[in-house]
Design a binder for this molecule. Structure first.
Ligand code: ZN
Length: 121
């Protein structure tokens, strides 16, 4: 599984799907993050309000492109097509310009663990 549906907030309508980005992960590890911190900080979330998704968890495709710059100075811009990420040239991480597989969702999944409290509300 390469993408997973986020546990929704109460009352939210759009579905949100997330994946761990190997480009942002490599960047965070190079910055000295622990594995778990690097994973959390390499998360990208796509809302079906903004992105079209093929609903295939193993060979995901999102369109349009995904742009992430939540950390000042760090840009990740990519297409996700058929389970592969095409990193564009404006990325600031080591996989800029490359095409690689989306990371498999790890077990345990740190993001899911952080957000599962939502189920109990
Ligand atoms: Zn990324």
């Amino acid at each position: 599984m390469k993408v997973r549906q986020e546990i929704p907030f109460k009352g939210s309508v759009a579905e949100r799907w997330y994946f761990y980005c190997p480009g942002c992960y490599a960047h965070r590890v190079a910055q000295g993050d622990t594995d778990e911190d690097a994973l959390i900080r390499s998360l990208h979330v796509c809302s079906t309000a903004k992105h079209q998704f093929n609903f295939d968890a193993d060979f995901p495709t999102f369109s349009p492109s995904i742009l992430s710059n939540f950390t000042p100075g760090d840009v990740c811009h990519c297409y996700v097509v058929g389970g592969k990420i095409q990193f564009l040239d404006d990325c600031t991480h080591p996989l800029r310009g490359q095409t690689v597989d989306v990371l498999d969702i790890p077990t345990p999944d740190p993001y899911y663990e952080l957000t599962k409290y939502r189920l109990e509300e």
